[in-house]
Write a protein that binds this ligand. Structure first.
Ligand code: FES
Length: 98
């Protein structure tokens, strides 16, 4: 399965993922550094803007929302990369690094 990261400079990077990986893990495997808390959901630095497949994403937990509130450039489509666990329904996902 594949997903695409839209980098800060506007370039796109396609990445393969497996079921149950987080977006944070997929990014790290592809040399994209997101976040500073190793995926524990507390730093807010792995903030992403989801570009498609919104209806397939599990809703954010209250803890994710609290951390997101401290991120800059927040949008209604903002999520934390470390809190989204991927599955087959998210094949073709596109996320933008703000
Ligand atoms: S890596 Fe820190 S909140 Fe996701």
């Amino acid at each position: 399965m594949k997903m695409t990261f839209i980098l800060k400079n506007g370039n796109e990077k396609e990445a393969s993922f497996s079921e149950k990986q987080t977006i944070f893990e997929v990014a790290a495997e592809n040399g994209i550094h997101l976040g500073n808390c190793e995926g524990f959901g507390v730093c807010g630095a792995c903030h992403l803007v989801v570009e498609n497949l919104h209806d397939k994403l599990p809703p954010a937990t209250e803890a994710e929302e609290d951390t997101l509130d401290r991120s800059s450039g927040l949008t209604v489509r903002s999520r934390l990369a470390c809190q989204i666990i991927l599955d087959a329904s998210l094949d073709g996902l596109r996320v933008k690094i703000p």
